[in-house]
Design a protein around this ligand. Structure first.
Ligand code: IFM
Length: 445
């Protein structure tokens, strides 16, 4: 394994709705994901995040596990409806208390917190007035950012505004497979702009409050045309504009990309000064990488979108059926670095789901064998090293995820954790990949 600097961050990532549970405790408000899970047919087998990993009550045990693994960073998200139940107005002190306790516990174990303000669980009351389709939500987000900073800013240095605005817009508002379940296709574009505006206003609020390390995290994919046919390369360009450029051009170049392939001449609802706010300098950029995308021309000229997903072929696949292409991460990082004046980069998510077995109850201290995950992590960390050698300033790598958890529309069917969770007993069992990661981190320090 190539060497990484001694101060490189090695951690794991989670998100509030996926692990916390305790959805009705201590004054938490309802989120769009509570609503979505309650709608029949939305989430596989009717699973919900109501209990999840019960991290709200077991966070001490979970932080102790992180410490045992030798992690020096932990990325978690704050639940907006826990802190501001209706998404506006004063804070819910008891909700903030939880993050206060968590932050103190991390500090006691020497683990650097990477706090994400919004990982998809929007307060339902805000959705009822338009959610991210409404400009006002961006202003509410900035107020919420300030509330959280006021309470935790003395102990949290790394602030991420949003997690994966692309996925929130595409899955939540364009395709309807995530909360809030709207299938608006390109009419979802205002959600993209308001998420970006929320990022810009939130960044300004955090700066005004004294935050000195602010990031945005998005999901990115290197886009490959299915063939050299100009129709396929045009389709690949169109997809790249939607998945990668729609969120990065405004942030790093201060303008929206060309979306004419979608019949869009201008992103709607952009007011004077919005792009100045959105493109304010950042201190870090979070890349979530899972796989590349291979794109072909649409199957019919009447297709709703100007591309088709042709699928990556000839590579292994995870249990989630996602292609395993570690070199895609090197390719992505080099490409993004060439396109944009990037601040230091953090791989804020990378990982894989496999149908890992449960620990054998007859063996004391049994672990969970997950050799595919070890191979996956090893190859992707090497891919990060290659990108660093090529000049990309990558400063941290955070595995998705610490624990098996609620995988959105897939419920508990996809296990991404380094640590196995028995969702009946809540017993945590480190998988062999956790032990591998522990040894890797020890060897790097
Ligand atoms: O579980 C998700 C996470 O919430 C956002 N990024 C991708 C992960 C795996 O699907």
């Amino acid at each position: 394994m190539p060497r990484f600097p001694a101060d490189f961050l090695w951690g794991t990532a989670t998100a509030a709705y996926q692990i916390e549970g305790a959805v009705d405790e201590d004054g938490r408000g309802r989120s769009t994901w509570d609503t979505f899970c309650a709608e029949p047919g939305r989430v596989r087998d009717g699973h919900t995040g109501a209990v999840a990993c019960d991290h709200y009550h077991r966070y001490r045990e979970d932080v102790a596990l992180m410490a045992e693994l030798g992690l020096n960073a932990y990325r978690f998200s704050v639940s907006w409806p826990r802190v501001q139940p209706g998404g506006s107005g004063g804070p819910n002190t008891k909700g903030l208390d939880f993050y206060d306790r968590l932050t103190d516990e991390l500090a006691a174990r020497g683990i650097t917190p990477f706090l994400t303000l919004h990982h998809w669980d929007l307060p339902q009351e805000l959705e009822d007035t338009g959610g991210w389709l409404a400009r006002d939500t961006a202003y509410r987000f900035a107020d919420y950012a300030e509330i959280v900073h006021t309470r935790l800013g003395d102990r949290v240095a790394h602030w991420t505004t949003l997690n994966e605005p692309f996925v929130q817009m595409a899955f939540g508002y364009a395709l309807g497979v995530h909360a809030p379940g709207k299938a608006l296709l390109m009419d979802a574009l205002p959600a993209a702009h308001h998420l970006l505006l929320g990022h810009g206003l939130g960044t300004a609020a955090l700066r005004a409050a004294g935050a000195s390390h602010i990031l945005l995290t998005n999901n990115h994919t290197p886009v490959r045309p299915a063939s050299a046919d100009p129709a396929d390369t045009a389709a690949a360009d169109a997809y790249d504009a939607l998945h990668n450029r729609l969120f990065l051009d405004p942030v790093f170049l201060g303008r929206y990309p060309d979306l004419t392939a979608y019949g869009v001449s201008e992103v709607p609802g952009v007011s004077e000064d919005d792009l100045d706010l959105i493109s304010a300098p950042l201190d870090g950029f979070g890349v979530n990488y899972y796989n590349p995308t291979r794109i072909a021309a649409p199957e019919s000229p009447d297709a709703a979108l100007p591309f088709t997903d042709a699928g990556i072929t000839g590579v292994p696949r995870t249990g989630f059926d996602w292609p395993v292409v570690p070199e895609g991460l090197t390719e992505l990082l080099i490409d993004l670095n060439a396109r944009y004046p990037l601040p230091p980069v953090y791989i804020t998510e990378n990982g894989c789901a496999y149908p890992d077995p449960a620990p054998d109850p007859d063996i004391p201290n049994a672990t969970v064998p997950d050799p595919e995950r070890i191979a996956y992590l090893d190859a992707h960390i090497r891919a990060v090293a290659s990108a660093r050698t090529a000049g990309v300033d990558v400063r941290g790598y955070l595995v998705w995820s610490l624990l098996d958890n609620f995988e959105w529309a897939e419920g508990y069917h996809q296990r991404f954790g380094l640590i196995h969770v028995d969702f009946t007993t809540q017993k945590r069992t480190p998988k062999t990949s956790a032990l591998w990661y522990q040894a890797h981190i020890a060897a790097m320090s």
